[in-house]
Design a binder for this molecule. Structure first.
Ligand SMILES: [Ca+2]
Length: 326
């Protein structure tokens, strides 16, 4: 009981501080479209789990970022692109290109497919993701951060098609892998041993290519990304009634589960404030079962094993909520 009361008091204090932060960051919350200095392309499997939508929402509200495009990967990539069409259209961000990866076979149901049914925002054509990303790298060598928050088919295709251009990325920031702990419903790293993580497991050869590529690689594995979006935070977010929070509300209900784990948004939080997920150099080998094993050798990745979850949620909520009226 004592711990329950303490937790309730902590949550009340935390949400109050989010509200204050929202009020003090009115300029941040209204800054759209963003023309920030950090050029990013986000590669996503939005539509299955719910965390991709939160990652994109946070990116849309991060004026530090200039989002050049959002590409889809894994399964029915056109359906995912239509979800993005609507999400961007309803938030007046059709300036952002929506790209489509090659479709792949999957039996995984797409929980948020209905959100992407044809609407006034649906584009008749989506440019192939690999062509667009290579064009953008060639036009902006050394400047683009590729944020990978889905299975790695597009990454593998980029490396197959033009590895020299791929190496002209500024860096890849990946949500993926499991270094010292596996999936844990409690949200903290205690007990479960490492497992093959979803984004790695669904395209192991591409993951192996990525970790061997030599591109600057920043990794947010399960160890630092099992961030539970609890009931208090959900209620606070979903009652805001903005186009962005309304989109998240719809997608959350179509997802039809209770507590989201916000794995993917940590990549965006890292771009905005690297101190939220400090990295350390490691040599990671992806084995044939999809385990990401730390081994001896020269570092091939900067890996975040411990994140600041309070700072993460403070950033997320202070950006998702609108400015308070004076
Ligand atoms: Ca994802």
């Amino acid at each position: 009981m004592i711990s329950t009361l303490r937790r309730a008091a902590f949550l009340a204090t935390t949400v109050f501080s989010f509200a204050c932060a929202a009020s003090s960051s009115a300029q941040t919350a209204t800054a759209a479209p963003s023309l920030g200095s950090e050029k990013v392309i986000i590669d996503t499997d939005i539509g299955d789990d719910i965390d991709d939508a939160f990652a994109i929402a946070l990116a849309l509200r991060s004026p530090e970022l200039q989002i050049l495009g959002i590409s889809t990967t894994f399964g029915d990539t056109e359906a995912r692109a239509r979800i993005l069409d609507r999400l961007l259209g309803e938030n007046a961000r059709r300036d952002i290109s929506v790209l489509v990866g090659a479709p792949t076979p999957t039996k995984n149901p797409m929980s948020q497919r209905v959100y992407g049914e044809p609407s006034r925002f649906t584009s008749a054509f989506h440019q192939p993701a690999v062509d667009f990303i290579l064009q953008q790298i060639r036009s902006n060598p050394g400047q683009i951060t590729l944020v990978a928050i889905g299975p790695l088919m597009n990454i593998g295709a980029l490396l197959d098609k033009d590895p020299q251009t791929f190496l002209k990325l500024k860096r890849v920031v990946l949500m993926g892998g499991s270094i010292k702990c596996g999936y844990n419903e409690l949200g903290f790293c205690s007990g479960p041993p490492p497992v093959p993580e979803w984004n790695i497991l669904n395209d192991i050869p591409s993951a192996q290519k990525l970790f061997r590529s030599g591109v600057p690689l920043y990794v947010m594995p399960l160890d630092s990304t099992q961030l539970k979006f609890n009931e208090t935070m959900r209620s606070y977010t979903f009652r805001q009634g903005t186009p962005l929070t309304d989109a998240l509300t719809l997608l959350y209900h179509e997802w039809n589960q209770t507590t989201p784990t916000l794995f993917d948004p940590m990549t965006i939080a890292f771009l905005v404030n690297p101190q939220i997920c400090p990295t350390e150099p490691m040599h990671i080998t992806v084995d044939d079962k999809g385990f990401t094993r730390p081994e001896s050798g020269s570092p091939n990745a900067q890996v975040c094993l411990h994140s600041d979850s309070d700072a993460f949620f403070h950033l997320l909520l202070s950006r998702l909520v609108p400015p308070q009226s004076e």
